[in-house]
Design a protein. Structure first.
Length: 360
């Protein structure tokens, strides 16, 4: 791994990974390809550990000519593919861009890699690593065992279906052409630089302003929560020691129901702001009409990551949430910059304000 192309590196997990990788691998050069959609922000790539080893390219993974040029110009030997449309609610109101980016975009990257690496052999030891989600497996009943690498795919949202399609394409490029690939399917990430449309940063963002904390349905949905730094170490372990064509599940071993998670965030804000007019912040919780097709429970087994690669998550939920809240409190300029403009306000209005209260 010398010249790494990171797609979607201006987003939440991609940017955290670039910060991590430049520190962990002192020789590696990183090239970020990002279309800077509403979810991508140049600010996420400020204050990198070594800016001289990072190059930003503004463009789309769907632009085949651009991808072809980048692979050759920078003799890319590793592609780490984060770029995607990622918000389930947006996939329900507008699925087309999910198919375009997550399915066609992944296909475009795979084709470019196949030509450059397998036909023209521009590098000796290439690797394509695909970042995916546990949502491809569908939902679990409360007493079901956790998802594992052999769980059949059963995606329930357009987002999950588009990620499942991309996983299948990646796998097929190994089986058919021998493209050297690995895949990780991880649970819900949280931590610094996550756009405040997702649950944890939205709750922090709203609570600080004394706005309602909207929770879907009865709030009893269960997700596994993975601190983003643990995700970065997991990807690094798979790049170093993972077997080609294998899938690895990555989770944080934290599974509170959503409402409990929000109460934990409120309790941390109470610690920081005992004199706030919004104290206790949990009083801001408001149950709103549920998301259609909302999966009830996700849980992932990390046995393969542990047994085969010796990886384990290092953060429990309490530590991870304290770090996350502290980061958002310290970076109010970032919040203002990424939530400024009409599109964020319009989205919040469309998705939450007009949703109405929970009626069941
Ligand atoms: N956030 C999570 O909890 C989570 C959980 C499991 C898996 N994942 C997966 O991890 C990856 C990263 O997720 P994230 O939360 O950081 O997403 P994000 O929405 O924060 O960032 C996505 C990035 O991709 C970029 N992008 C979108 N379309 C593009 C295109 N056509 N070309 C180039 N760049 C484009 C955006 O500008 C943005 O910077 C995704 O593949 C997602 O499916 C995320």
């Amino acid at each position: 791994m010398q010249h790494v192309l990171v797609t979607g590196g201006a987003g939440f997990i991609g940017s955290n990974f670039i910060h991590y990788l430049l520190k962990a691998e002192p020789e590696v050069r990183v090239y970020t390809l990002d279309a800077l959609t509403y979810a991508g922000h140049r600010q996420n790539l400020e204050h990198l550990p070594d800016d001289s080893r990072h190059t930003f390219i503004h463009g789309s993974i769907n632009n085949r000519q651009l991808v072809d040029n980048l692979l050759r110009k920078y003799t890319i030997d590793t592609i780490i593919h984060f770029a995607a449309e990622t918000h389930v609610d947006r996939s329900i109101s507008g699925p087309a861009s999910f198919i375009e980016t997550n399915v066609v975009g992944t296909f475009t990257l795979l084709e470019a890699a196949r030509q450059a690496w397998l036909e023209e052999k521009i590098v000796a030891q290439p690797r394509f690593h695909h970042i995916s989600t546990d949502e491809v497996f569908g939902t679990l009943a409360l007493d079901d065992p956790p998802f594992c690498e052999t769980t059949p795919y059963a995606p329930n949202s357009p987002y999950a279906a588009s990620k499942a399609s991309s996983d299948h394409l990646v796998r097929a490029y190994y089986k058919t052409y021998g493209l050297p690939v690995t895949i990780t399917n991880c649970s819900n990430n949280y931590g610094p630089r996550q756009f405040p449309e997702k649950l944890i940063p939205l709750m922090i963002f709203n609570a600080l302003q004394g706005k309602p904390l909207p929770i879907y349905g009865d709030g009893q949905q269960v997700r596994d929560w993975l601190y983003v730094e643990d995700h970065c170490t997991a990807i690094h372990a798979v790049l170093q020691k993972g077997r080609l064509s294998e899938t690895y599940l990555v989770g944080g071993r934290n599974q509170p129901p959503n409402v409990e998670l929000v109460r934990l965030i409120c309790a941390i804000l109470d610690e920081h702001f005992p004199d706030s007019p919004h104290y206790p912040h949990a009083d801001l919780i408001q149950f709103v009409a549920d998301r259609p097709g909302h999966d009830r429970r996700y849980d992932v087994s990390t046995t393969k990551m542990e047994d085969e690669l010796g990886w384990q998550p290092q953060y429990n939920l309490d530590q991870g949430l304290h770090n996350t809240v502290a980061w958002y409190l310290k970076n109010s300029n970032w919040i203002t910059a990424v939530t400024g403009g009409e599109s964020f306000a319009n989205w919040i209005n469309e998705n939450y304000t007009q949703r109405g209260a929970e009626t069941q």
